[in-house]
Design a protein around this ligand. Structure first.
Ligand SMILES: [Zn+2]
Length: 533
């Protein structure tokens, strides 16, 4: 028997973007879209073209999403005007998106109170909107807002709403638990009943996490007949979030109940990119990863002390529900130097460094990493800094540019403009030079100081000419007067490689400087630059 297909619909860039404190730039949107296309989701909702310039731009210059269908979000037509003359719908029609997801009301309470129109007018709005997109050959989905609450109060009207869209030819009817208050047993019951009226292969589920059940509700909906799941990376979304695709996808692919009966486009190989995908979003949002996130959290496969560890070392299945590699995560045994050492060795192997575990340098590196992590370093997202630290201890990194002093000051002009100036004294092959630069902030000024004087860096000039800082993030690690600052820098060069470095210090400028110097050193090392004489 061939397996039924489940479709994955990602709305990180639309529903996820509505979260407080989230402001994606166009570049962020492209990065996330590429990661999701690479993962292999079926639909990617890019935003609401016409509602704001950012979303309109994103749709006008959408990246190539390969087999993932770009979907535009919007709202059913306004009462009192035809679908053809609704500017909101025109913006969607004119967008390059092949699929359209239109939200509309299915709860009579909302029709009466929020819209203040008659129930009949609402049905008319659904019907005419659906007709317009289907006539224009767009793949049409109807997002039935508040469907579960509506169904509980007035099942007949809620069903009429979705049947209206379905009868016009909607590919998908998405049942939304917009307020997120519905429990799994209710979702199972209601979806089963709806599936008697509209085939399950045309039903989707859009669950919010207000009772911590968005993932459970989505899985239950599939068991009850629905075949499309909407959700976001890491469950990003307003209030308590949306259904978390990062938890849902591995359950669909790796757990028998689902893997034996259903298939999704994301294969086991792609599932291995989930941890990376989850961390990418944290990185973009400058948020600390949720240690305890299911499947992908740094603690998801961490074992500490005693019996658990000794059992896990005999056979990981004793305390792990899956092999962490399957989702791109790693086992983390927090117990002894011995275990720490094997973690270090496996990380070194990644960089092509071969070393015997009894080499005293491994212990030195382990101690150094522990000391640094204690004061706030975190090498999880800073591979380049970790590799440099390891290679420095191995004695493989020569001394490159020597920095004798630097001076950074900030001043506010009479016109209110804030300018940072930086000055640094550098030495290359015994030749001293002073670099000066200005910028809108201290790091920008330091970076400019080096960049403006790139020709004075002697033999290193040619190596550093194409180095660019592409991103810069600051995190304050503890509150109060003893706050420590961690600065992460993403750099790139003409070869298109990018690398991440970090610096930690109680002083933000010192932390920035450390991260900046690691970035320069990494570039010089990778390009085989000669040592300073
Ligand atoms: Zn939603």
């Amino acid at each position: 028997m061939s397996k039924e297909k489940i479709y994955i619909f990602d709305t990180t860039l639309r529903d996820g973007a509505q979260t407080e404190g989230v402001n994606f730039s166009i570049d962020d949107k492209k990065k996330i879209a590429n990661a999701l296309a690479n993962l292999g989701v079926d639909y990617l909702e890019g935003g609401w073209p016409g509602a704001n310039t950012l979303d309109t731009n994103f749709f006008n210059n959408a990246p190539d999403l390969k087999k993932t269908k770009l979907t535009a979000f919007g709202m059913t037509k306004k009462t009192g005007r035809s679908a053809e003359n609704d500017p909101g719908l025109s913006a969607l029609l004119n967008s390059k998106a092949p699929a359209i997801c239109l939200v509309g009301k299915s709860w009579d309470f909302h029709v009466d109170v929020a819209l203040g129109i008659t129930k009949k007018e609402n049905l008319e709005n659904i019907k005419e909107s659906a007709k317009l997109f289907i006539k224009n050959k767009k793949e049409f989905m109807f997002d039935a807002e508040h469907f579960f609450d509506g169904y509980k109060k007035n099942p007949e009207y809620a069903l009429t709403c979705i049947k209206t869209a379905f009868d016009e030819g909607a590919r998908w009817i998405v049942l939304c638990d917009t307020n997120g208050g519905t429990l799994p047993n209710e979702v199972g019951e209601i979806v089963s009943k709806v599936a008697n009226e509209i085939p399950g292969k045309n039903l989707g589920i859009h669950a919010h996490n207000d009772t911590e059940n968005a993932v459970a509700n989505s899985l239950t909906a599939v068991l009850a007949g629905a075949r499309q799941i909407q959700g976001t990376i890491n469950g990003l979304g307003e209030r308590c979030g949306n259904a978390n695709l990062i938890s849902l996808i591995p359950s669909l692919v790796l757990k028998k109940t689902f893997s034996e009966n259903f298939e999704i486009k994301i294969n086991k190989d792609r599932v291995k990119t989930l941890t990376e995908c989850s961390r990418l979003l944290d990185e973009i949002l400058n948020r600390k990863s949720n240690r305890r996130a299911a499947y992908v959290g740094p603690s998801a496969f961490a074992h500490k002390g005693g019996l658990h560890v000794s059992a896990v070392t005999k056979d990981p299945k004793t305390y792990e529900h899956i092999d962490p590699n399957m989702v791109g995560n790693v086992r983390n045994i927090i117990v002894s130097d011995q275990a720490g050492k094997s973690n270090i060795i496996s990380r070194l192997t990644k960089y092509g460094i071969k070393i015997d575990k009894n080499d005293p340098k491994v212990q030195t590196l382990l101690n150094e990493v522990k000391d640094r992590e204690f004061i706030g370093y975190s090498y999880d997202g800073a591979d380049a800094s970790f590799e440099l630290l390891a290679r420095r201890i191995m004695g493989e990194i020569p001394k490159y540019i020597t920095i004798h002093m630097y001076d950074v000051s900030v001043k506010k002009s009479a016109s209110g403009e804030i300018i940072s100036s930086a000055k640094a004294q550098l030495e290359v092959d015994k030749k001293l030079s002073i670099c000066e630069g200005e910028g809108n902030g201290p790091v920008n000024a330091l970076d400019n100081a080096i960049r403006n004087n790139i020709d004075n860096l002697g033999k290193y000039s040619k190596y550093l000419k194409d180095l660019k800082l592409v991103d810069y993030k600051v995190r304050i690690l503890n509150t109060g007067t003893n706050a420590t600052t961690r600065v992460s820098i993403e750099s790139t060069d003409n070869k298109g490689k990018s690398w991440f470095t970090i610096g930690v210090s109680p002083n933000i400028i010192e932390a920035s400087f450390k991260a900046l110097i690691d970035s320069l050193d990494y570039k010089l090392y990778k390009d085989n630059a000669p040592a300073n004489n």
